[in-house]
Design a protein around this ligand. Structure first.
Ligand code: HEC
Ligand code: HEC
Ligand code: HEC
Ligand code: HEC
Ligand code: HEC
Ligand code: HEC
Length: 503
């Protein structure tokens, strides 16, 4: 008769419990592995459970087995009940030992294979967009939502936030562990503050895909504006942006990407956390060693203060700080809706009404949805009762679209709105380039960081209908403000009046 025996020491309470836990957890991991291979369920909680929690339980069970055996052995030794050896011994001629030995060998083999597959799954999973974007559901909802509508919707979060290499991987997992803790205890700030201090230098991440030497020439961009008048007049601006770039080295770089070419180093000091107020800039020509320092003449920083601070070297995110999490201001979001006819521009004053409804501060999503409807309906009922009766469908569509634009760009529970995350590209809604290029940053020898409109772009066409202007000249058109503001734009920044809602 065949009798299956294990070493005597294995027959103890703790080891048995450990074995039971390990077997159950092991079976569940295998089942979940099959589930994840053969189905397309992409649930982050399921992933955390199968690839992080279950393996931990499995390992816990396995550790209990030798602990139980060790305790048993100690107990027996104290009771003088054991053989005279100091260490447990293994004799393959004894069936019990043989069984235990083979179980151990095969068990370890399966465990190592499973762990390898499991760790790979865990690694893969913890790097996935679902994990980063949806695990802490409400915390990352703004970033995840905006990301899905951005040019980088197919780029994984970790490509920008972690990048290649083991060092940053470990760093990110450590700070990630803290973030999980902060989320569980509800200790995270709302909104999440930027700039992210620990963000990897952008050049190491962005340049995996964007190679600066290939940025040549210009980029045409047409921005569709609608005015806040009765007829929502269309006022597009079509321009050629001098992105530039060029071969690195040999002082060849020109245009906007000049700042990041290899023979140029631009550093700056900001007064505020968000790097909006920049009183000091230093440009070093790495080829010739020539250095130029620019001060904000209107509001300089004392030399003492400058010496006490560490300058920041300008990189991609000093301009492209919103490559992926783009929270459109109501003005832009509604312009896009009008341009795609999701809101019909024939509805009088609809630009103004929709922007007002979207920009109002609400405390919850539900409240926003309800009040947006009330606001738009109320306006047309009162001011255009006839139209309201005849065009109910169009007005309903405008309401639905405004709600949708709200949901995609504004997140009350995280206090995320366009105005808490300034976008540094351009100078229309935010200071952006004008943090340095406003025309008041000068060096001691009288050089000023350029402010002339044509140094960054030329306007190819502007306006529509009677106001339409177009040119094929190299120097472009002179900017014409669509309404008369006594040329105030020459002295003031656009962003001082255009804050994302009606100016
Ligand atoms: C194309 C690169 C890129 C991708 C892809 C990306 N991010 Fe970001 N993310 C950034 C940059 C740049 C910032 C702003 C850093 C700063 O201002 O210091 C940022 C900021 C953030 C912030 C801070 C709050 C905010 O809204 O600015 C969070 C949170 C965040 N990202 C999460 C995510 C998540 C989750 C994903 C994936 C769903 C993701 N990111 C994908 C580049 C990226
Ligand atoms: C894994 C590759 C990858 C990484 C990393 C990456 N990008 Fe991109 N980026 C892309 C792709 C692909 C596109 C083109 C998307 C399209 O054409 O719709 C793009 C487009 C862009 C654009 C043009 C956007 C537009 O409106 O057309 C900018 C600007 C940009 N990326 C900046 C950045 C910055 C800044 C970073 C680093 C924080 C970065 N990218 C990191 C792949 C990447
Ligand atoms: C002194 C405040 C002020 C300044 C500065 C200013 N604008 Fe305006 N802008 C207005 C007002 C007021 C309107 C009229 C709103 C309407 O009916 O569309 C307007 C309308 C516009 C429009 C029509 C579409 C829209 O969004 O309202 C454009 C485009 C525009 N401005 C561009 C600019 C640009 C570019 C600059 C900077 C070079 C600038 N403005 C500077 C006040 C200003
Ligand atoms: C001085 C500000 C600034 C810096 C620094 C900067 N960019 Fe840009 N970049 C721009 C502007 C402005 C545009 C024009 C597009 C626009 O206005 O939206 C642009 C355009 C781009 C585009 C789209 C180009 C095209 O032709 O489609 C990519 C990609 C890009 N940048 C990547 C990068 C990367 C990667 C870095 C860092 C190595 C970087 N940029 C650094 C300002 C900057
Ligand atoms: C931190 C300060 C700073 C910021 C922010 C900044 N620049 Fe500059 N920029 C400089 C300095 C310094 C120079 C060199 C002096 C000059 O040529 O005027 C320069 C030069 C330039 C040049 C001329 C390059 C050449 O061909 O010689 C262009 C174009 C330019 N910047 C565009 C931009 C644009 C567009 C933005 C915003 C997206 C921007 N800059 C943001 C500091 C800055
Ligand atoms: C330092 C570089 C720089 C200077 C100087 C500059 N701009 Fe711009 N401007 C930009 C960039 C970059 C954008 C593109 C932003 C984007 O991609 O949306 C822009 C956008 C614009 C737009 C389109 C804005 C919109 O959203 O419709 C207008 C109009 C404009 N600039 C006019 C001017 C005028 C007028 C001047 C001179 C007073 C000027 N700019 C000076 C860099 C500059």
């Amino acid at each position: 008769m065949l009798k299956f025996r294990l070493p005597r020491l294995a027959y103890n309470f703790i080891s048995s419990v450990g074995a039971a836990i390990a077997i159950v957890a092991g079976l569940m991991v295998v089942t979940m592995l099959f589930v994840s291979i053969f189905t397309k369920i992409e649930n982050p909680y399921l992933g955390i459970f199968s690839f992080m929690i279950l393996p931990a339980i499995l390992i816990f069970g396995l550790i209990l087995i030798p602990i139980g055996m060790l305790r048993q052995w100690r107990k027996e030794k104290r009771g003088e009940k054991v053989e005279q050896t100091r260490w447990p011994y293994v004799d393959l001629n004894i069936r019990a030992h043989r069984n235990a030995f083979f179980i151990f060998i095969f068990g370890t083999f399966f465990f190592v294979v499973l762990t390898a597959v499991g760790s790979y799954q865990t690694f893969h999973f913890s790097e996935s967009v679902e994990f980063c974007g949806t695990t802490c559901h409400s915390v990352m909802e703004p970033e995840h939502t905006a990301y899905q509508n951005s040019p980088h919707a197919r780029v994984a979060c970790v490509e920008c936030h972690v990048g290649p290499g083991a060092g940053w991987y470990t760093k990110s997992k450590l700070s990630g562990a803290y973030q999980v803790y902060a989320t569980l205890l509800n200790k995270y700030p709302r909104p999440i503050p930027t700039p992210i201090e620990s963000l990897r230098p952008a050049r190491e991440t962005c340049e995996q895909c964007h190679w600066p030497a290939k940025f040549f020439g210009g980029m045409q961009k047409k921005i569709d504006h609608y005015m806040y008048d009765d007829s929502n007049s269309y006022h597009p601006i079509n321009m050629l942006i001098k992105v530039g770039g060029g071969k690195r080295g040999a002082n060849q770089a020109t245009g906007i990407h000049w700042h990041i070419s290899s023979d140029v180093k631009v550093e700056y000091i900001a007064r505020d956390e968000q790097r909006e107020d920049i009183p000091w800039v230093r440009y070093t020509n790495l080829e010739t060693g020539e250095v130029t320092v620019y001060h904000d003449e209107d509001d300089p920083m004392t030399q003492e203060k400058i010496d006490s601070l560490e300058p920041r070297v300008m990189d991609c995110v000093d301009c492209h700080n919103r490559p992926s999490h783009i929270y459109n201001p109501p003005d832009r979001a509604i312009d896009n809706a009008l341009n795609t006819q999701m809101i019909n521009p024939a509805i009088p004053e609809v630009k103004m009404v929709a922007v007002e409804a979207m920009a109002e501060e609400y405390s919850t999503d539900e409240e926003a949805m309800e009040k947006i409807r009330q606001h738009i309906n109320g306006f047309y009922k009162e001011n255009y009762p006839e139209l309201y009766e005849q065009e109910k469908g169009l007005i309903e569509q405008a309401i639905q679209t405004t709600r949708e634009k709200f949901s995609l760009n504004i997140f009350p529970h995280m206090k995320v709105r366009w105005d808490v995350y300034p976008d540094h590209i351009g100078h229309f809604y935010f200071k952006g380039c004008m943090r340095c290029h406003e025309g008041n940053h000068s060096s001691d020898d009288g050089q000023t960081i350029s402010h002339s409109c044509n140094s960054c772009h030329i306007i190819l066409a502007q306006g529509s209908g009677e106001t339409y202007e177009v040119t094929y000249q190299e120097e472009g058109l002179e900017f014409k403000h669509p309404v008369d503001i006594y040329e105030a734009w020459r002295e003031m920044g656009c962003y001082e009046c255009h804050t994302g809602t009606q100016p």
